[in-house]
Write a protein that binds this ligand. Sequence first.
Ligand code: FAD
Length: 465
Amino acid sequence: PTGSNDCELLVIGGGPGGYSAAFRAADLGLNVILIERYPTLGGVCLNVGCIPSKALLHVAAVSEEAERLSAYGVTFAAPDIDLSKLRYFKSVTVGRLTDGLGQMAKMRKVDFVQGEARFTAADRVSVDLSNGLSREITFSKCIIAAGSSPVALPVFPEDPRIVNSTGALELPSIPRRMLVVGGGIIGLEMATVYSALGARVDLVELFDKLLPGVDRDLVKIWQKRNAHRFDRVMLATKVSEVGLTPDGLSVTFEGTESASQIYDMILQAAGRKPNSGSLALEAAGVRVEGGIISVDREMRTNVDNIFAVGDIVGQPMLAHKAVHQGHVAAEVAAGRKTGFDAKIVPSVAYTDPEIAWVGVTEDEAKAKGLAVEVSRFPWSASGRAIANGADYGLTKLIFSKESGRIVGGAIIGPAAGDIIGEVCLAIEMGADAVDIGKTIHPHPTLGETIGMAAEVAEGVCTDIP
Ligand code: FAD
């Protein structure tokens, strides 16, 4: 029953926040319309974010690992890269997942409307359909999951050689010299891909450090392991001018570097902004601050029947956060009593090596005056890490001195993103060092380093190599 409205729940945006909300709401019996401006579901994450980048990072990691094997007596020929095949692999990977989402929407009878929505009131939107017509849709409740887009800095003119993450993932060519603007996760991941494919990369970052907010011990290791990738890493520096010449893009810097350099490609990865501008939120009375929609624990905006989830509600702009928020909003919309009360949201840079981190860092604890115990387990003492050529890795756990419970963790090394899940669970469950240390981990694994780091915190001498 939808009363006089076209649907009980309207979801705007088909990314991780939107599709997870639409599917959960349909599973709970609501009649759902999902509006997405592009023909496929999946949003940024599946189409031009998490998934295509990981397909390319997988290829980059395997080819660099193969190169490293020469130190152990196994030598392969230099990679011969067929860009069109590589693009095809990436597109097939994306297509399998977006097609799967389309089928899941059909199975659940979620009505998919392709078009761009904007509010005309707190219970209706006008949709510019893909066929050029427009349609009004009325709803009882709405979940806004319109996501975010790359920030375009005014210093960069329009030119096909200047791309954002979406353009870079299309792999237009492998530049000889590339400038990556932004030392955050996306910039470092794309630098990893392009350098593995043969580009010489320079990196420029406005802040005086890469990956701000990440444990400094790990970033130090990352920089050392990645020194071969970059000709120049320019911190506390900005691009002040870009000249377009037939020979390349002439870039002038301001900061630690001032000499001009010529590049064949520039990647702008200087952050993302919420897509709130084109939704006409004022027509529905939804409050926005700095482009971000503020929400309460139930993911409800200041307007009672309108919820918002994912990148559009601000940092961290990560797919797994969007999915969890989507579920909460859908459940609340369906009348369940629930809320978003995750203690932590983990982050991962899927570079080579990977860095994964969650919760409180050592620096943050210091800055906030929190009494913590920091335990480190260097992978040079892990049998598996040594066997895998990953003895440079590090697992760090942070425990509250007051409660003894784990409050943070950070890992650098292969598969760090896969193994950090245990630290997330430990934090959510309020585990202490004994809980983690006395849990039998499979040997020999990289995940075992979490148990060992906990034993270090317990003051127990670890004796499993
Ligand atoms: P989005 O995925 O942005 O989806 C919003 C959707 O809404 C879009 O499809 C858009 O077309 C649609 N839309 C917007 N406005 C309207 C409108 N008015 N009408 C109709 N439709 C509209 N996160 C991770 O967790 N792990 C990763 O490894 C990772 N890698 C990334 C790599 C890259 C290169 C990028 C760019 C991002 C990456 N992210 C990653 C971030 C992740 O993609 C986002 O956090 C996630 O997609 C946010 O989901 P969302 O549903 O909020 O929004």
